[in-house]
Design a protein around this ligand. Structure first.
Ligand SMILES: NC(=O)c1ccc[n+]([C@@H]2O[C@H](COP(=O)([O-])OP(=O)(O)OC[C@H]3O[C@@H](n4cnc5c(N)ncnc54)[C@H](O)[C@@H]3O)[C@@H](O)[C@H]2O)c1
Length: 326
């Protein structure tokens, strides 16, 4: 059942994941408002019917204005590049932790509306976890300012539910990929960079032996997890259940080696580009794969898009863009 009546506020709605989410919500007949400072996102990406407020997620007035008459919040705004957060430590902290708290505090201050928040945490909170697959009970041990701020958000998220009655769900995204990721952006991951290079016939260099594994989750499945989480919290509100905080992995549960990823992309692009191997990158985690059981249990969904299918969508979208611009 669709629990969404009024306006849904999406912070960071002009970014990679936010754009996909806004289109899915609007296609489902939902009113959408976006709060984004356009630091990495583009206003042109969101649907025409979505209202855009250009503002900072750590600005309490901007957030309160954006939240007026909202029925629920999806908070995605962040500086999503680990490297950029390493460089701009305090600046990124302001967005990534103060911004999250600002959203939670505004929801607390609108207590009579009991606004639920679904927000983007990250697998980065786990650091180099030793036991695989990584389940939510794994002790967090972030290894970067980015991961530390996401974990800080979760600690406050629990307090928000317990002390202030603000229901919120932290979705721990693993490596998200799909159409719309800008290969030239420092925020984008390995997939869009490899796809772009191979499509041009250029070679790619893998850091290390290529046997490091990741859990690559398709953006369409991430959007389904966001919407299912929001509907779950709205349903709990309708049933007058107690405020809750939950942290849920959003992953496939399947480990893919980076070498296999590059080979699949080379096949899909029909590229003659060479795959080379370079020295491993300092601080890179060797293996990461999530346990998807809680997502299936609490949200009744699976990240079902097969890697090849998701990569094909990404490659075809890239070809469309190249045809339009080139
Ligand atoms: N893409 C992934 O693989 C991945 C993995 C784990 C977690 N996440 C998280 O998911 C969320 C969305 O990621 P994405 O890949 O779409 O990133 P993105 O960079 O494409 O989108 C982030 C959006 O937030 C906006 N933004 C940044 N700072 C802001 C501020 N101070 N005020 C208002 N808006 C601001 C940007 O302009 C952009 O539109 C982020 O919270 C990110 O940390 C992403």
């Amino acid at each position: 059942m669709n629990e969404r009546g009024g306006t849904i506020l999406v912070t960071g709605g002009c970014g990679f994941i936010g754009t996909h989410l806004c289109h899915a919500l609007v296609n489902a007949g939902q009113r959408v408002r976006v709060l984004d400072n356009l630091s990495s996102g583009k206003a042109s990406g969101i649907p025409d019917s979505a209202e855009l407020i250009v503002g900072d997620v750590a600005d309490a007035n901007a957030v309160a204005e954006a939240m007026s008459d909202a029925d629920g919040i999806v908070h995605l705004a962040a500086i999503a590049s680990v490297e950029r957060c390493n460089t701009d430590w305090v600046t990124s902290h302001r967005t990534n932790l103060t911004g999250t708290l600002t959203v939670m505090e505004a929801a607390r201050d609108a207590a009579e509306r009991a606004l639920p928040i679904v927000w983007a945490s990250s697998a980065a909170i786990y650091g180099a976890a030793r036991t695989l697959p990584i389940a939510e009970r794994t002790s967090p041990a972030p290894m970067s300012p980015y991961g530390a701020d996401k974990l800080g958000g979760e600690l406050h998220g629990r307090a928000a539910a317990e002390i202030f009655g603000v229901s919120n769900t932290a979705l721990r995204f693993f490596n998200v990929y799909g159409p719309g990721q800008d290969p030239y952006s420092p925020y984008s991951g390995v997939i869009s960079i490899f796809a772009e290079k191979l499509a041009k016939g250029d070679g790619v260099t893998i850091n290390g032996d290529g046997q490091q594994t990741r859990d690559f989750v398709y953006v369409g499945d991430v959007v389904r997890a966001l919407i299912a989480s929001l509907d779950r919290l709205l349903r709990r509100r309708r049933l007058e259940q107690d405020a809750t905080f939950d942290a849920i992995n959003v992953c496939t549960g399947r480990a893919v080696t980076v070498a296999m990823l590059a080979e699949t992309l080379r096949d899909l692009t029909g590229s003659a580009g060479q795959i080379d191997y370079g020295p491993p990158r300092d601080g890179d985690i060797r293996d990461s794969v999530g346990d998807a059981a809680r997502m299936q249990r609490l949200l009744s969904i699976r990240a079902e898009t097969r890697l090849e299918e998701g990569l094909r969508a990404l490659v075809e979208a890239g070809q469309d863009v190249a045809a339009q611009t080139g």
